[in-house]
Design a protein around this ligand. Sequence first.
Ligand code: FAD
Ligand code: FMN
Ligand code: SF4
Length: 661
Amino acid sequence: MKHNFPHLFQPITVRGVTVRNRIVSTAHDTNMAVDHLPSQAHVDYHEARARGGVGLIVMEANSVHPTAEIHGSCIHAYLPEAVEGFRMVSERVHAHGAKMIVQLAHQGVHVNFHKNLTPAWGVSEVPSVWEREIPHVMSRAEIAELIAFYGKSVANVMAGGMDGVEISAGHSYLPAQFLSPWYNRRTDEYGGNLANRMRFLVEVLQVARPIIGDQRLLGVRLSGEELTDFGMKVEDTIEIARSIEKLGLVDYLSISTGSMHTRHLIVPTMALQPGYQLPTTVQVKREVSLPIIGVGRVIRPEIAEETIAAGIADLVGMTRALIADPNLAREAEQGVAEEIRPCIGVNQACRERFFLGKSISCTVNPHAGRERKLAPPPTSARKTVLVAGGGPSGLQAAIVLASRGHEVSLHEASGSLGGQVRMAGLLPGRGPIASLTEHLELLARRKGVRINLESRVDAAMVQASGADVVIVASGSKPRAFPFPEYLGARAIAVGEARVRTLWDAVNGQVEGKRVLVVDEIGRYEGAGAAELLAELGHQVTMCTSMPVVASRLQVTGDYPLIMARLLKKGAVLHPLHLLEDVKAGAAVLAHVHARDQKLRLHGIDEIVFVCGNHPDDGLYQELVRERGDFDLHLIGDANAPRGLDEAIYEAEVVAQRVGVN
Ligand SMILES: Cc1cc2nc3c(=O)[nH]c(=O)nc-3n(C[C@H](O)[C@H](O)[C@H](O)COP(=O)(O)OP(=O)(O)OC[C@H]3O[C@@H](n4cnc5c(N)ncnc54)[C@H](O)[C@@H]3O)c2cc1C
Ligand SMILES: Cc1cc2nc3c(=O)[nH]c(=O)nc-3n(C[C@H](O)[C@H](O)[C@H](O)COP(=O)(O)O)c2cc1C
Ligand code: SF4
């Protein structure tokens, strides 16, 4: 045995279905459906993870009824045409030895008219915290119709060759709305005591079981805790789990946490510790004998092994870990676990892209969701390549190039690798982001990249190197003050206040007591810098011309957590306000929609501008001018200063084309 994970790689058999190991990709929306049917992208995506050794895949939440369009590109499992799609996916997954189940879901009130062209169907007259539409309260006949549609959907999934079905009864989806006294205020036999509130779920299970038969699986996903004052607690979940077990219809339980009110805790960023949901999971596990799938930022096989060994769960969801590295299971089993590309928990290319309506991918793994598009063409000629810059884009390019047989030397001007990621990891709670650099460095060295630190590339060095290909990945620097362009604001006069950049804030160069952070990007950098300064004892005020401070963190799920921390640390937030100038000791902010409405902030000593970077592309421009005898490429922030997703994606694409005819 090459590995140290005896429990993780122990097969498990449930109702005659043998799963080869305990690693699960739990359900996650991909936005890959075409015309609401499984697509080639689904096949490629799940096949990659099956090939990489995962034991069990649970396919994303599929909608079960025309009132259940979960999102614009979800699969409609109730359509007969879905069978062929399920078959395409299940065949490819089975070909690699993994098992596959489909999750069936109805969002109940958490849809809107424009998704379904019907009112949302609710258990009671309680609207969605997201959609804010008063729902249509389901009649008994409509409940019966829904249950029949669950049956149709189960039948389609099974006809598509899948190994079973999982009913989503957590995360405030419809079955959970029936279970919850908050959503369920009915006075008929579907409301009131727990037996009544469970009736809907039980009827769904009763319809599903005979269709599934004795040789394939029926699972239920529950939220162990809904993590609100008014939601379900673990004691409620235990009672429900015990009742489900007694029915004898169900083969496993998958325990998550969170609800639509605490959505950021279902799929949290790195702000939450690895394994954060498991303390709840084990409480349920102790009370039932059904196999349990546990989940929650289990990003390393060591944590998964410990989880199984300690009897916390029987199988472990490593969902985003598998998005980040589809070969995680194989690498762990083959004794090269240190090569697993780490999920850094930024929730950008996965969760953010999902909310933007785009097919999911991964910040650190651009192949995720683009398996076909980024399938590397064969290398036809070996090249010598010089990479200038050891940030994430330079490192990724070097790794891909070296893996493809090219001779690569990477030069980094500073004394260490990682570029701006080093600073990103210094923001409070953002340490895990730095694991990306460690991983990229390890891979680069293993692949034979020659790494030269404190080696600033200039045009003369390039000419002397005789490289066939030069890739400039020299990154970016904070933009020079002033910034006149946001919403047509004129150049800002800052009077006696000192002007600082994001980098100054991160590197401890802000000294004044009262600091104004002007964030016109809305990503983690601004809010993270404000938090860092507040932690260091500065009095922090933040303004942005956008309607919400740190607006882009709403889709990553960072927003509720960082806002709570910022406010607790005394930060004052002014959305919809532009900094106009600093006059007579006061920073003057104007309301974006009524410029004559001013706020005066007295005694501001320093202003930290988080207003984007300027490309550090001097080397590239010089090389363009000199037109040497080599192919020249510009990638990452040096191309246009954005973020990690773009830097790593561009590196991958450019590096794949080198040496291809
Ligand atoms: C505090 C902070 C927080 C951030 N948080 C996030 C986040 O949450 N999510 C996100 O997506 N992005 C974030 N970013 C942005 C992200 O880090 C950058 O977009 C990314 O690092 C760009 O990668 P890059 O390799 O193109 O450039 P860089 O990371 O800038 O690396 C360029 C490297 O090239 C070197 N170099 C420059 N010139 C030369 C030369 N002539 N010769 C040799 N070497 C040279 C530099 O020293 C540097 O190491 C953050 C940035 C900061 C500063
Ligand atoms: C983009 C995305 C979509 C998700 N969609 C679903 C879903 O359809 N059904 C579900 O039960 N959980 C869904 N989840 C939650 C995951 O199944 C899992 O519980 C969560 O990501 C935490 O596990 P992890 O830390 O291993 O990623 C989703 C997660 C992500 C990242
Ligand atoms: S985008 Fe970030 S959180 Fe999502 S899977 Fe990739 S590394 Fe993990």
